[in-house]
Design a protein around this ligand. Structure first.
Ligand SMILES: O=C(CO)[C@@H](O)[C@H](O)COP(=O)(O)O
Ligand SMILES: [Fe+2]
Length: 216
C-alpha cells in the first residue's frame, strides 16, 4: 500500500487535496506531526487534525515526531487519529503508551530512525500493530533514501512474517521496489506524490508499479 504523506500538500486547500487523493485511489493518509524539539522542524498538531477529520473518511496514519508524545496523546485520539506512531528514541519505555493507544481503539506503532537498531524495539513487538522504519532522518520531506535501513526491514520481516512494516522517507518507484523486496508492506511517500505536475493518479500508479517490481 502507498500512503501519501501530506507534508508537501497545499494546506490552504486541504479539502481539495484530500478529494484529489481520493480520486487518485488513495485509501489512507500519513500525517507528520513535528514538535520543533524531537526534530528541527514544526508542522501541525491535534487541533488542525481535528478540523480535517470531518473532511475525509481516510484513516489517519499519524506519525508523532515529538519528544513527549504521551503528554498530547489524548488530544490526538480525540482528534480522530486511527494509527498512532511514536518514536522509540523519544520513549525508550514505550509499553504504557502503546497500551493507552490500543485501549483507545487505535492501532499502535513504533518508529525507528536510521541509526537505531531493530534490537531497540524487539522487546515490544508483541505490543505493536505495525513498525515504521524511517529511511531518512525525520524532520523534512524531499530527502534521499538511506539504503542501509533495508537490512532492518529484512531483519524485522524474518522475525515477524505477519507484522505490517511501513517505510518512510525518500520513497520513489526505485526505492519502493527495494523496500517491498526487503519486506515492507506500506510505503509512505511525500514528494513523489506531491510533485510539480499535480497528477496524483500517475504518481501513485508509478509507485505501485515500483512496489510490484519488488514483489516479482
Ligand atoms: O516523516 C517524514 C519526514 O520526517 C515523512 O513522512 C516525509 O514527509 C516523507 O516525505 P518524502 O521523503 O517522501 O518527501
Ligand atoms: Fe512520516
Amino acid at each position: 500500500m502507498v500512503t501519501p504523506s501530506l507534508l508537501n500538500c497545499d494546506f490552504a486547500r486541504i479539502a481539495d487535496e484530500l478529494e484529489a487523493l481520493k480520486q487518485a485511489g488513495t485509501i489512507a493518509v500519513h500525517l507528520d506531526v513535528m514538535d520543533g524539539h524531537f526534530v528541527p522542524n514544526l508542522s501541525y498538531g491535534a487541533p488542525v487534525i481535528k478540523d480535517w477529520r470531518p473532511r475525509t473518511d481516510f484513516p489517519f496514519d499519524t506519525h508523532l515526531m515529538m519528544s513527549d508524545p504521551g503528554r498530547y496523546l489524548d488530544d490526538f485520539i480525540r482528534a480522530g487519529c486511527d494509527v498512532i506512531i511514536f518514536h522509540i528514541e523519544a520513549v525508550p519505555e514505550p509499553v504504557p503508551l502503546l497500551r493507552r493507544i490500543r485501549a483507545a481503539g487505535c492501532h499502535a506503532a513504533l518508529a525507528l530512525n536510521p541509526p537505531t537498531p531493530v534490537s531497540a524495539i524487539e522487546p515490544f513487538l508483541d505490543e505493536l500493530d505495525a513498525v515504521l522504519v524511517m529511511s531518512v532522518m525525520p524532520g523534512f520531506g524531499g530527502q534521499a533514501f538511506e539504503p542501509s535501513v533495508l537490512e532492518k526491514v529484512r531483519t524485522l520481516r524474518a522475525a515477524r512474517p505477519e507484522l505490517p512494516i511501513s517505510i518512510d522517507g525518500g520513497i520513489n518507484p526505485t526505492t519502493a521496489a527495494e523496500a517491498v523486496a526487503a519486506g515492507a508492506t506500506q510505503l509512505v511517500a511525500g514528494s513523489a506524490v506531491f510533485r510539480n505536475d499535480g497528477n496524483y493518479a500517475a504518481a501513485l500508479a508509478e509507485l505501485v508499479q515500483g512496489a510490484r517490481r519488488g514483489i516479482e
